[in-house]
Design a protein around this ligand. Sequence first.
Ligand SMILES: [Fe+2]
Length: 195
Amino acid sequence: MNIYTTPAFPTLIHEVPLPCFNLIADQLVKDILEYKDNNPGVQKSNMGGYQSNDIFWRDEKFEEYFDYFDLYIKSAITSILDTNVEIQNAWFNVNQKDQYNFPHIHPGTVYACVLWVKIPKNPGLIWFQNHTSKSASDMVSVFLKNNFQDEFNSGTQMSFEPEAGNIIMFPGYLEHHVECTDDEEDRISIAFNYA
Ligand SMILES: [Fe+2]
């Protein structure tokens, strides 16, 4: 039997490697951990671990990093969207074994971006929830056969493996969570909201 399938209105998730990340990685990790040791964290999406305030990036120490991150992310977004966006806020997460980020969205955000700064061997995955499957009327995503899920990412959820130096960009409405790490070493990420 011939079945011709067209994905309609797919949600786009982008991965963008940050050039020359390895040149700044070690110092960035040191600066992040030093900030963490000297500033109280906040409780938002983190279960255990440390989540920074969302103005840390305005600190003089992070100015040059963020000039670079912002320039690169904005140029990626303007390659995708016919509108200008600006960074709204940013924060970092430091998680160790058994610590994770529970499901959330980024309201009022066009693109949410995550730069993976330090990734241990068993980092845990970032999972995205199919927003259509949250609707009680979507029975297709729930029952979709594996071959269709694999080809179109149209099941109820899908995941990406974090990789140091990669930026993952996704619409702010897309619910996501990050699994706990299974490693004693820190998993460090920086999250940015653009709108
Ligand atoms: Fe998030």
